[in-house]
Structures are given as structure tokens and as C-alpha cells.
Design a protein around this ligand. Structure first.
Ligand code: NAP
Length: 253
């Protein structure tokens, strides 16, 4: 990398929520950021916010669970922005249901986006990190990895991501690549809003109820998670790898 050329980061699911905040934070940290989401059109707002703040961004449409789309997206990022050496696997979905009502589709969709998606993205990006002898992978886990009623699929996927993270740390460490996971608690985004809607609770009340159980007496904001991702991606964090940090406003999920 020549002096002054920004390193390139890919953030998946970056059209909104935690991904959008993370993309903006990494751009502010000096990375050129590929804002990847299912629909390229939906990335416009995040890209515009990064550019308005003086950063560099590229909107890319891809389904992270589709191998061909992932390869095409990563190739495009490498060609248009430069070799991606930072990957934040943030794209996510929920298909909550109690076990007895959970369908195979509920199970497969969640596994495919979180686990297959993180695998495909990491596999496509690793060669750029290995070539650069430097890289950072951050995977979005969740406090649900510890178990959560109605989320057998999601909790299994988020726990799976922790094992995936630790194995990447072991395999890629000698190439200067770290892999870590962030496990957020309740973060105020469209995802938690949709959960409130499904439960028939006003989002404001849902937030108040959650905050009353959280030691810091508030729910998390996307920027809280972006801050932790920024740490893991930073130059100085090169000796921190294979870790899972719970960011939940307290010691318990
Ligand atoms: P969000 O607001 O629902 O945003 C998720 C983004 O991912 C959306 O833009 C969505 O696009 C995109 N996406 C979904 N499937 C995709 C696919 N196959 N390929 C590419 N992009 C895809 O969610 P969030 O709350 O910011 O959550 C971000 C991550 O943090 C997720 O992994 C989530 O599981 C995790 N997390 C969230 C919380 C929380 O409390 N919010 C807590 C713990 C962990 P579409 O809109 O087009 O579907």
C-alpha cells in the first residue's frame, strides 16, 4: 500500500442500522468503505453521508448468501476501491418463532445470511488480506448466542459465528490478520423495531422495558457498536484476536 492510499473496508448490511453506523465510522477512521447491502439502491444514503463527511465510499448490491454474487461484489470492490483488507460481517435477518412453529425456511434463511454469508465473504476477501500481510475481520454475533426464547435459529447462527471467528483467528493470524466478534445486546434499529411490531408492543415501550433491565439504563445505539468495531479494526489492536466482546450495557445478556 502506498503512502496516503486508504485501506479498503467492506461492511455488509450497511444500508442502515449498525452496518451504516459502522461504515460511517470506518470512513471517518480513514478507510475507503464498500457499503454492501442486498439492494445497491438502498446504500445511497450511507454512501452520501460518508461522502458528505469527506470520506470515500462505494455502494455495492449483493446477497451475502449467494456465492456468485459475493465473488462479483468482492471483485468489484477490489477493482474500483482497492484490495479489501477489512471485512465486517454485519448483514443479518431474524425469523423468530418458537421451536414447535419454526419452519425449515425460517431456519435456513437465518443460517444462510449469517453463517453462509460470513463464510462466503471471508473466503472471498482473505486472499487480499493474506497478500497484504494485514487484515481485520469483525463478525457480528449477539447476546442471543447465549440463548433467547423464540430464536433457536438466530442464537445457533450467532453462536456459530463465534466459533467461526476463533477459527479464522487461528488460521489467518500468521498473515497479520485478526478476527474478532462483537456481540451486541439491545440496539435501537429497524431489527428491534420489527421485533416490537411482531410482539404488538409500541417501539417506545419496548425500548423503555429493555432499558430498565440494562445496567447503564439505556438501550444501545448503532454508534456504540461502530465504536467497538473501530477498535478491533485499528492498527493497535493487532494482538487482540479470536475474541468475543459483549456490548450490552452491562455484564449479562
Ligand atoms: P437491520 O437494521 O435489520 O439491518 C440489517 C441490514 O442487513 C439491512 O440493510 C438488510 O437489508 C441487510 N441484509 C439482510 N440480508 C442480507 C443479505 N442476504 N445480503 C446482504 N445484506 C443483507 O439490522 P441491525 O439491527 O443493524 O443488525 C445488524 C447486525 O447486528 C445483524 O447481524 C444483527 O443480527 C446483529 N445484531 C443486532 C442487534 C440489535 O439489537 N439490533 C443485537 C445483536 C446483534 P434489507 O433491508 O434489504 O433486508
Amino acid at each position: 500500500m502506498s503512502e496516503g492510499t486508504p485501506r479498503v473496508a467492506i461492511v455488509t448490511g450497511a444500508a442502515r442500522g449498525i452496518g451504516a453506523a459502522t461504515a460511517q465510522r470506518l470512513a471517518a477512521d480513514g478507510f475507503a468503505v464498500a457499503v454492501l447491502d442486498l439492494d445497491e439502491g438502498n446504500t445511497k444514503e450511507t454512501v452520501a453521508a460518508i461522502e458528505a463527511a469527506g470520506g470515500t465510499a462505494l455502494g455495492v448490491g449483493a446477497d451475502v448468501s449467494d456465492a456468485e454474487q459475493v465473488q462479483a461484489a468482492v471483485d468489484r470492490v477490489a477493482a474500483e476501491l482497492g484490495p479489501p483488507v477489512v471485512l465486517v460481517n454485519n448483514a443479518g435477518v431474524t425469523r423468530d418463532n418458537m421451536l414447535f412453529k419454526m419452519t425449515e425456511v425460517d431456519w435456513d434463511v437465518v443460517m444462510n445470511v449469517h453463517l453462509r454469508g460470513a463464510f462466503l465473504m471471508a473466503r472471498a476477501c482473505q486472499k487480499y488480506m493474506v497478500d497484504a500481510k494485514w487484515g481485520r475481520v469483525v463478525n457480528l454475533s449477539s447476546t442471543s448466542a447465549l440463548g433467547n426464547r423464540g430464536q433457536a435459529n438466530y442464537s445457533a447462527a450467532k453462536a456459530g459465528l463465534q466459533g467461526f471467528t476463533k477459527t479464522l483467528a487461528i488460521e489467518l493470524g500468521k498473515f497479520g490478520v485478526t478476527a474478532n466478534a462483537v456481540a451486541p445486546g439491545f440496539i435501537q434499529t429497524e431489527m428491534t423495531k420489527a421485533t416490537a411490531e411482531r410482539m404488538g408492543i409500541a417501539f417506545e415501550d419496548f425500548i423503555k422495558g429493555a432499558a430498565s433491565q440494562i445496567p447503564v439504563a439505556r438501550v444501545g445505539q448503532p454508534e456504540d457498536i461502530a465504536h467497538l468495531v473501530s477498535f478491533f479494526v485499528s492498527e493497535g489492536a493487532g494482538f487482540v484476536s479470536g475474541q468475543v466482546v459483549y456490548a450490552a450495557g452491562g455484564p449479562k445478556a
